[in-house]
Each structure stands twice: as structure tokens, then as C-alpha cells.
Design a protein around this ligand. Structure first.
Ligand SMILES: *[C@@H]1O[C@H](CO)[C@@H](O)[C@H](O)[C@H]1NC(C)=O
Ligand SMILES: *[C@@H]1O[C@H](CO)[C@@H](O)[C@H](O)[C@H]1NC(C)=O
Length: 329
């Protein structure tokens, strides 16, 4: 369960309420003895015996809520398709996913290598309005799997339902505590227990918060934003949050598998620990080394047709955050 809050708020939240973390400031509390890509002996990433997504394939079902442009959908689809693509230039999105694949269940089965795009669904007319709560989010998913025309498949074992809200939609805690979150649906609302994630387009509401570093927060006037790789600040900012949530859904789909801390109500998951880290040396308020294209865009990995900027994830084998360079080959 992620999110993003400024440093001071963050430290408070981290220890009191949860997994909430914010991009550039998230790892500040670990900058004690040895600060290296978030490394810390204090982090106790543990397996709590629950299921993780280890089947041959993981299927992602996007639900496009509100107004979405074709080119916006294309950026997100390309990113998801890049996760198991084989021929992309390194550092690649598939190289990044290899850190996630290091996690296993109790039988020793690894997280799936294959992440595929399944059917998707449009909710163009804001079926639950323009302000969603954690409960109405589940109603959106319910509609998508119960729809009379082309419902999404019910796939509790290997499916991940990805609710993507357009830039005119507010979701509970958006901008104040979260840029996205993942959880599972309740049978009493949806009829099934389905792992899902929500990610919002922050372009209008809080790009400085949820699309950092493509936009910077107003309260930090000294920070400069960087150019986004696909010319869409909101969607380029969503990519890293989508990656964050998918890494966590895969390793902790029912909130009883991989997380640090002792409280499953506020788990600190594998992406929470690396928020704001995009490259070597990252930690504290430093993003780490990123790449710059000839067009001036900032990114850190290649995917199908495009480049992306994606945060790193916690590697429990070495106890620090790793990115595509570590295992890409
Ligand atoms: C996984 O996906 C591949 C490629 O689409 C397919 O051939 C295979 O049958 C799938 N495996 C399962 C268990 O569904
Ligand atoms: C599976 O996980 C183990 C660690 O538990 C790791 O050593 C191995 O490299 C992983 N396999 C893949 C394909 O990532």
C-alpha cells in the first residue's frame, strides 16, 4: 500500500499508520549509518505465508474510468506489455521486473515472469461519480466484471484488476496520502476476492506530488522538474505508480505475504521501501542517477516503443533497492 507524502509528514506516517510513502522524501528515515539505495539493516522484509502470484502468467485487466485519450492508453499498455518483453534495450522494464521475480511463496515458486495485458473495460460515464471512496472503487470493479456487455473475466488467482482514473477524478486520499493503492475486493460487494490496484492521473489535482519529478510540489520551490519521456506529465507519472502497485500486488496480493513491519493493516511492502529511488546512489531526497535522452527527457528504462521512469524495488536477497541494471541481461 503506497502513497506519497512530504518528508516530515512521511516520517510520522511511516511509523504510525503505514506503508504510506512519498517519492523523493521516502527514504529519509533510513539515512543512518549506511545510505545506499535505501539499504538498511532495520528493514525486516518478511514472508507471512500467504499466496503470491506465481502462476505461469499474470493477467492485467485495465479499467479506464472517466475520459482517456488513445495516446494515454497506449503509453500505459506499452508499459504493461514491456514487463515481459524480451527484446528491449537494457536497462529494460523486464530487467526491472526481475527483482520482483526473486520473491517466492512457501513452495519456493517464484513470482511469474510473464505479465500480460488482458481484456479491458471503459467506464466512460463515471458510473460512481467523480469522487470515489475505497468502497465505491470496488463498485466500479463490480460493474466491470458483471457488465452485460463484455464483462471482464473473473480471475481471482492470476488476474489483477487495474483501475485507472482520469485527471478529473478524485479518489479517497488522493494527493494527501496516496497516488495509488492496491487491495482485494470483498465478496460482499463484488462477489469475489479479486486483487486490484487503483492509480490516479494527478495532472490536474497534484502533479507535483504524484507525478514527481516531472512536476514539483509548490511547497518546494527550489526543486526543478524534469521533462517526461512520453510528453504526458500525468500519465508518465502514473507509470511509476502502476509499477509500484503491480510489484506489490504480485508479492502481497491478499495482504498476508511479503511485507515489512508487524502490522498487516499497514504493511510496508517491497515498493514502499524504494519510493523516490530511480537509480544508483538514490536515497534521501536524491533520486539517484537517471538517464537523459537527446530530446532532454529523463527516464531510467526502455520498454516497447518507449522509455519510462520507474522507481526501484526492494531486493530482499541483498537488503537494498535494485533496478534493471542489477539483473538485466
Ligand atoms: C501463459 O501464456 C502463454 C502465452 O500466451 C500461453 O501459451 C500459456 O498457455 C499460458 N499459460 C497458462 C497456464 O495459462
Ligand atoms: C527465485 O527466487 C530465488 C530466491 O528465493 C532466487 O534465488 C532465484 O534466482 C529466483 N528465480 C528467478 C527466475 O528469479
Amino acid at each position: 500500500m503506497p502513497s506519497k507524502l512530504p518528508k516530515l509528514v512521511m516520517i510520522f506516517i511511516f511509523f504510525t499508520t503505514s506503508a504510506n510513502a512519498w517519492r523523493p522524501w521516502a527514504n529519509q528515515m533510513f539515512e543512518g549509518s549506511k545510505r545506499f539505495e535505501g539499504s538498511s539493516e532495520l528493514v525486516d522484509m518478511k514472508y507471512h505465508m500467504g499466496p503470491v502470484l506465481t502462476d505461469e502468467n499474470i493477467t492485467i485487466y485495465p479499467i479506464w474510468y472517466g475520459k482517456w485519450g488513445k495516446s494515454q492508453k497506449m503509453i500505459i499498455r506499452d508499459f504493461i506489455n514491456s514487463i515481459s518483453a524480451v527484446n528491449n534495450k537494457a536497462p529494460s522494464v523486464s530487467g526491472w521486473w526481475k527483482t520482483v521475480q526473486l520473491y517466492t511463496d512457501q513452495t519456493g515458486a517464484n513470482i511469474s515472469r510473464n505479465v500480460f495485458l488482458g481484456h479491458d473495460k471503459n467506464d466512460r460515464f463515471y458510473s460512481q461519480g467523480k469522487s470515489l471512496t475505497r468502497l465505491t472503487v470496488q463498485k466500479v470493479i463490480k460493474n466491470a466484471v458483471n457488465s452485460r456487455s463484455k464483462p471482464l473475466p473473473i480471475n481471482p488467482k492470476t488476474g489483477v484488476y487495474l483501475l485507472l482514473t482520469s485527471d478529473d477524478v478524485y479518489v479517497q486520499d488522493f494527493c494527501q496520502g496516496a497516488c495509488g493503492f492496491h487491495y482485494f475486493t470483498f465478496p460482499s460487494i463484488v462477489g469475489y476476492t479479486l486483487p486490484y490496484a487503483w492509480i490516479g492521473n494527478s495532472a490536474k489535482l497534484c502533479p507535483g506530488v504524484c507525478a514527481y519529478p516531472f512536476a514539483v510540489p509548490n511547497f518546494m520551490p527550489k526543486l526543478r522538474s524534469v521533462k517526461s519521456p512520453n510528453d504526458d506529465v500525468g500519465v508518465d507519472g502514473m507509470i511509476s505508480v502502476i509499477a509500484h502497485e503491480l510489484a506489490e500486488v504480485a508479492t502481497n496480493p491478499l495482504d498476508n505475504a511479503w511485507f515489512a513491519g508487524s502490522d498487516p493493516v499497514f504493511p510496508v511492502e517491497i515498493a514502499d521501501l524504494c519510493e523516490g529511488i530511480y537509480g544508483t546512489g538514490g536515497g534521501g531526497s536524491y533520486t539517484g542517477q537517471m538517464l537523459n535522452g537527446v530530446d532532454g527527457a529523463t527516464y531510467n528504462m526502455h520498454g516497447i516503443r518507449r522509455r519510462f521512469l520507474v522507481q526501484w524495488v526492494w531486493n530482499h536477497m541483498v537488503n537494498y533497492c535494485t533496478g534493471p541494471n542489477a539483473l538485466d541481461q
